[in-house]
Every structure is written in structure tokens, then in C-alpha cells.
Design a protein around this ligand. Structure first.
Ligand SMILES: [Zn+2]
Length: 290
């Protein structure tokens, strides 16, 4: 057998391995994503061209969870790492270093967006994805990043993104219409996750229960929040599914208002997509702010 023929056969075998004949997932772009909302965007835009793995699993708080060794292993074999940025992923430098993957492209999707200042947080408040208008910008960066690592499937990414971005614009309009009818516009958050959402829809965060992640509020601090709730006639206290609700319940009980549970991350049944997640939170808020 000539050398050229052997090479041709090898090349054909490699081509086949990249097509539908191979095992499920083979030939797909491996994409590691920090949080469920951004992972959903990568799936919507990547479609069947990508295998997406979340580094912060559903139910975990992004402010405390650090990726496990098997997740770092996935990053070491991935082409793309999609992050929010603005210091949300405090573990990013460590994970990128440990993955030791020279072909890995890292994308910080919130970089360059209008970041709101946050006391005690270097670089500002990271929760940009909770404003659909800013989430659209993040989705566009995810589209561009997928094209950058897999230009052969540019048309598919562009078509998926165009459909998905239209969904996000419709979601933004839907929330604008819903929130515009609310009679209450001030809220007390558990932590300052909703400031971009508030800015987008004309709401105002008047206090946060947990000033910084993991720090228990003092009795004096709680008493101060109760005063704020009374002064502004705030109808409820927001808690979050990923974080302990004890402090929120204490504040609510003292102020005589209910606790409403919000979810800034999702990734679970009923709010596994970004669109479902935002709709869930709007439904929860509507119960008390309408
Ligand atoms: Zn947060």
C-alpha cells in the first residue's frame, strides 16, 4: 500500500469521527460555563454543535462554590470557558491555571458593560445577567466566542443567536409591561443581586440583608432594615433559594411583612432556561409589588 493511500484512509477515518457516526458528543465544541443562566445561553446558541458543562451546579451559590477536580478536568479539555466576570468567579484564575490548557479561550461576558458600583466589591456589582437588556449583550458575546473557536459552523451559530436574541428582546418587553403596572417599586433584597433588574424596570433596592456574601447581619443592622421597611412601606423581604433564609425571616417577622423567595441562578426544573428563570422571579415579585 502506498504511503499516500494510507494517509488518505487515515484522513477519511478522522473525518468520519467528526460526523454523526461517532459516539454522542464527539466532534462537538466543549464549552465550560460558570453559571446556569450563561450555560443556557451557550446551549441555545450552540445547539447540537456544543457540549456545555456548568461549573457552578444548580442550587449552589456562585459566591461560595468552587469547582471540583472533575470540573477542572473538563476545563482542561474544553475549547471555551464562558464566565460572567466582574469578579463573580473568584476562583477563575486558580481554575484556569490548574486546567493548564493552552488552546482554551476564556470569555468574560460582562466585561465592558455599564457596571454599577458596589460597596466592598472590587470592580463593582457582577449581577448583570438579571437585566435582559444586558443579558442580550452577554449572549452576543457567547455567539461571537463560539464562532471564534468553530468558524466552520458560523451560519448555525448566527441563525440560533438571531432567533434567541429575538426571544430575549420579547422577554424584556414582557417584563417592562408587567413591572410598569406595579404599585410598589421599593424592595429589600437578601443580597444585591437585583440592582440591574431594578435599574432596567424603574425599581429601587432600599436595603440588603446580607451586606457581603456569608456575613450574618448584626441585631443593630437588622433593626435598621426594619426601620427602612416601615419608612418606605416595603411590602416584602426577598430571600434567595441558594442562601440561608434565617436572617430574611427574622427581618420579615420583625417588620410584619412576608418573605418572597427569588432565584438569581436557576438551572433547576421549571427555571432551567434563562427565560423561565426571569419569568419565575417576575411572578414571585408580582405577588408583593403589584
Ligand atoms: Zn449574587
Amino acid at each position: 500500500m502506498s504511503r499516500r493511500l494510507v494517509l488518505t484512509i487515515l484522513a477519511s477515518a478522522l473525518l468520519l469521527a467528526g460526523c454523526g457516526q461517532a459516539a454522542p458528543g464527539a466532534g462537538r465544541v466543549r464549552v465550560a460555563v460558570s453559571i446556569p443562566p450563561l450555560a443556557d445561553m451557550a446551549r441555545q446558541i450552540g445547539g447540537d454543535r456544543v457540549t456545555v458543562v456548568e461549573l457552578v451546579p444548580p442550587g449552589a451559590s456562585v459566591h461560595t462554590y468552587e469547582p471540583a477536580p472533575r470540573q477542572v478536568q473538563f476545563v482542561s479539555e474544553a475549547q471555551l470557558l464562558i464566565l460572567n466576570g466582574v469578579n463573580l468567579e473568584f476562583w477563575a484564575p486558580k481554575v484556569i491555571d490548574a486546567a493548564d490548557n493552552p488552546r482554551l479561550q476564556v470569555v468574560y461576558t460582562a466585561e465592558g458593560l455599564p457596571i454599577l458600583e458596589q460597596e466592598g466589591e472590587e470592580g463593582g456589582n457582577p449581577h448583570v445577567w438579571l437585566s435582559p437588556a444586558l443579558a442580550i449583550r452577554q449572549a452576543e458575546r457567547i455567539r461571537d466566542a463560539l464562532i471564534a473557536v468553530d468558524d466552520a459552523h458560523r451560519d448555525a451559530y448566527e441563525a440560533n443567536a438571531s432567533r434567541y436574541l429575538a426571544d430575549l428582546r420579547a422577554l424584556d418587553e414582557e417584563i417592562r409591561s408587567e413591572t410598569s403596572t406595579w404599585t410598589h417599586r421599593r424592595f429589600v433584597a437578601f443580597h444585591s443581586a437585583w440592582v440591574y433588574f431594578a435599574e432596567a424596570y424603574g425599581l429601587e433596592q432600599v436595603a440588603v440583608i446580607e451586606e457581603s456574601p456569608g456575613r450574618e447581619p448584626s441585631p443593630e443592622y437588622i433593626a435598621g432594615i426594619v426601620q427602612v421597611i416601615r419608612r418606605y412601606d416595603v411590602p416584602a423581604v426577598f430571600a434567595e433559594v441558594q442562601l440561608p433564609t434565617k436572617a430574611a425571616e427574622a427581618v420579615a417577622a420583625e417588620a410584619g411583612v412576608p418573605v418572597i423567595t427569588l432565584d438569581p441562578l436557576g438551572g433547576v426544573e421549571g427555571r432551567s432556561t434563562y427565560v423561565e428563570l426571569l419569568r419565575y422571579n417576575v411572578r414571585q415579585m408580582t405577588q408583593v409589588l403589584r
